[in-house]
Design a protein around this ligand. Structure first.
Ligand SMILES: [Zn+2]
Length: 364
C-alpha cells in the first residue's frame, strides 16, 4: 500500500508531463493482483485507466473516480517520496494519490478475501482534474448509460468528512482594447488600463443572484491582471482573469450574460470602450440529494454527517451518470498543493477499511 503510493508519487503527472506514467503504475498494480486494467491513451502522454471487479450483477455497481494528475511543484525533490514520522511526503501524496491508492487497495483486498459480490466495483482514474478535466469528460463520453450504479465515491482528500456539496467554478477573462500613443499626448490614444478600471469598478457592484442553504452565495475574485508595454506608452491592451464560484441555482450562461451586460453598458456610455469576454473554464457545482438511499446508508455506516466544502472537484461531471455522488477520502484538504504535501500512513489504512466497509455494505 505504502509502496504503491510512493510509486504513484514518483510517476510525476503534472500538466507538462501528462498522466500516462502514473496510469501505468496503477495498471501494473492491478495486473499483479489479478485485476485486468484498461488504459485509454491520447495525445501521446495523456491517459485514463479503468478496471472492474465483476460480480453476479444482481445489485447495481459502485464506482470510484480519482484523478491521476497533480499540480506542478517548485522542486524536483517533490517527486521523490519521503517516509518520515509516520507520514509520506511528496507532490500528490495528499491530492489525491493517497485516496486513489486506497481505493485500488480496497478492491484488491476484496478480491483476495473471496467474498461473493452481488454488484461490480468499478474503478476509474482520469486525467486533468487540475486543468481541463479532459479525462473525466472522455470517461463520461464512453461510459454514459453503460452502468447501473448505486453510488459514486470520489476519494479526494476530505479528512474523512463526508462531502455531498461544493460550489462550481467559472473562470472568465476580460480583455479591454485600446490604442497606443506616446503618453505625453495620451489624448491621441485609448488607454486599455483605464477601460479595465471602468469595468472592474462596475464588476465590484455586480451581485450574482441566489443563495444556497449549504453553500452560501457565489463569490467573485479578480486574480490576474496584465496590461501595458512601457512606462511611456499608452497601453493598447489589458486583460483580467476572474474566478467565480457558483452555487447550484446559477449557471455559466446567465453569469456571462450578466457580465456582458456591464460591457455593453460601458461601451454605450463611452464609445471608445472596447472589450471582449472569454470563458476559460466552466465546471458545475455539486449537490447530492441528502435523502437518497446511498447517502443515508453511507452516513449511518460511516457514522458521519454530510457537509459542503469550498473547493471544486471533477464530481459535477459525473452527475450525468445519474447516481448519487459522495466525496470522501484520506488527507487534509489544506495540505493540497502545498510544498510539504503529505499523508499520514495511518489514514491510508483507515481509508482502505472505510472503502471496504462501503463495498461490502452496498455490493455483498
Ligand atoms: Zn484533487
Amino acid at each position: 500500500m505504502k509502496e504503491l503510493l510512493k510509486k504513484l508519487v514518483q510517476a510525476k503527472s503534472t500538466p507538462d508531463v501528462g498522466e500516462l506514467k502514473c496510469a501505468k503504475v496503477l495498471a501494473d498494480f492491478f495486473s499483479s493482483k489479478g485485476i485486468k486494467p484498461k488504459l485509454d491513451i491520447w495525445n501521446k502522454n495523456r491517459a485514463n485507466i479503468t478496471t472492474a471487479l465483476k460480480s453476479t450483477g444482481k445489485k447495481p455497481a459502485l464506482l470510484f473516480v480519482s484523478h491521476l494528475d497533480v499540480v506542478p511543484a517548485d522542486s524536483a525533490s517533490a517527486f521523490k517520496p519521503v517516509e518520515r514520522s509516520g507520514k509520506i511526503f511528496g507532490r500528490g501524496a495528499c491530492d489525491m494519490k493517497a485516496g486513489m491508492a486506497s481505493a485500488a487497495t480496497a478492491m484488491a483486498e476484496i478480491l483476495r478475501s473471496k467474498v461473493k459480490l452481488q454488484g461490480d466495483i468499478i474503478f476509474a482514474a482520469t486525467a486533468g482534474e487540475e486543468t481541463d478535466s479532459a479525462g473525466v469528460k472522455r470517461f463520461i463520453k464512453t461510459h454514459k448509460n453503460k452502468f447501473k450504479l448505486c453510488g459514486i465515491i470520489v476519494p479526494e482528500p476530505t479528512n474523512f468528512d463526508l462531502v455531498t456539496a461544493h460550489r462550481g467554478l467559472l473562470w472568465v477573462k476580460i480583455i479591454t482594447k485600446g490604442k497606443s500613443a506616446h503618453s505625453s499626448m495620451p489624448q491621441l490614444g485609448i488607454n486599455a488600463i483605464d477601460s479595465m478600471r471602468l469595468f472592474l469598478s462596475e464588476l465590484a457592484d455586480y451581485k450574482i443572484p441566489g443563495t444556497n442553504k449549504l453553500l452560501g452565495k457565489a463569490s467573485i475574485s479578480v486574480n490576474k491582471i496584465i496590461g501595458g508595454k512601457a512606462g511611456n506608452i499608452v497601453p493598447d491592451s489589458c486583460s483580467a482573469q476572474i474566478d467565480i464560484r457558483t452555487i447550484p441555482s446559477q449557471n455559466a450562461k446567465q453569469i456571462v450574460a450578466g457580465i456582458n451586460k456591464i460591457l455593453t453598458r460601458l461601451s454605450k456610455r463611452n464609445p471608445r470602450f472596447r472589450a471582449e469576454l472569454k470563458v476559460l473554464r466552466d465546471s458545475g457545482s455539486l449537490q447530492t440529494d441528502e435523502k437518497c438511499r446511498f447517502v443515508k446508508h453511507t452516513k449511518q455506516l460511516l457514522k458521519k454527517t454530510s457537509r459542503a466544502v469550498p473547493f471544486t472537484t471533477d464530481a459535477p461531471f459525473l452527475t450525468s451518470l445519474k447516481a448519487p455522488i459522495v466525496i470522501f477520502g484520506p488527507g487534509k484538504p489544506q495540505m493540497c498543493h502545498k510544498p510539504d504535501e503529505h499523508i499520514e500512513i495511518k489514514d491510508l489504512k483507515k481509508a482502505v477499511e472505510f472503502y471496504k466497509k462501503m463495498i461490502l455494505h452496498f455490493l455483498a
